[in-house]
Design a protein around this ligand. Structure first.
Ligand code: ATP
Length: 233
């Protein structure tokens, strides 16, 4: 589904990614872990076309998308739930969803309004409310629903549960488990290591723009020195 090779990126003269290699197979759930400022968001920006790589290659869904614009990459089936959600404040919940609806990649059981509302009944209750009238948790549900309704091949979440109340966080983890069971390929950034171990197949730790550790959930669960050294847990 995704293959990143030797990815390098910079902001002006300040290099922030130094030769990242990463692969995600179809149906896998993969995490990016690391302390603040280590390069996770920059990596996601390169993937989604918001930051042009300085070096390396990105192949997505069988196509070399290195240097492609964000809209072209999105049309190929990559959807991001961005940090800060970025939903439209002056559109209703329903309009926020309808603006993104489409089955570009010809999914057999496509996401539509009804299916998003079944996943998040709260959004149906709030259907006519404007984006700026929603709580943080509702905004995050809407951001996830908006990404799903594009019927992405790869769903990317940056800081999936950041700033959310514990009950709402659990709602987001439940949703991600449901998506995983439905076979959705997911790349997720978050801080809750235990939850991520329970959810995901593979994990990658980013430290100063490099991958310093990669492994499966059992390996990450077994080595708490990694948590202390790289994640500050
Ligand atoms: N727009 C920008 N201009 C210049 N430097 C930036 C910009 N965005 C990020 N950086 C720098 O790039 C480095 C990596 O930041 P990045 O946001 O990718 O890390 P992160 O692991 O996602 O952390 P966080 O969880 O805080 O977002 C940091 O040193 C950061 O200061």
């Amino acid at each position: 589904m995704l293959e990143i090779q030797g990815l390098e990126a910079a902001y002006g003269s300040s290099q922030v990614l130094f030769g990242i290699d990463l692969r995600i197979r179809h149906g896998e759930v993969v995490t990016l872990l690391g302390r603040n400022g280590m390069g996770k968001s920059s990596l996601l920006k390169c993937l989604t076309g918001w930051l042009a790589p300085r070096g390396g290659r990105i192949r997505f869904a069988g196509t070399d998308v290195t240097g492609w614009s964000a809209d072209r990459i999105a049309r190929l089936g990559l959807a991001i739930v961005p940090e800060g959600r970025q939903i439209f404040p002056n559109l209703s919940v329903r309009e926020n969803l309808e603006a993104f609806a489409g089955n570009r990649c010809a999914a057999r059981e496509p996401w539509d309004l009804e299916r998003v509302y079944a996943l998040f009944p709260r959004l149906q209750e709030r259907s006519a409310h404007m984006g700026n009238q929603l709580s943080g948790g509702e905004q995050q549900m809407l951001a996830i629903g908006r990404a799903l309704i594009t019927n992405p091949q790869l769903l990317v979440l940056d800081e999936a549960t950041e700033g959310l109340a514990p009950l709402i966080r659990e709602e987001i983890w439940r949703c991600l488990r449901t998506l995983r069971e439905a076979g959705q390929t997911i790349l997720v950034v978050d801080k809750y290591v235990k939850r991520l171990i329970a959810l995901a197949d593979q994990h990658h730790i980013v430290e100063r723009g490099q991958l310093v550790w990669s492994g499966d959930s059992a390996a990450l669960d077994a080595d708490h020195t990694l948590w202390q050294r790289y994640l500050g847990v």
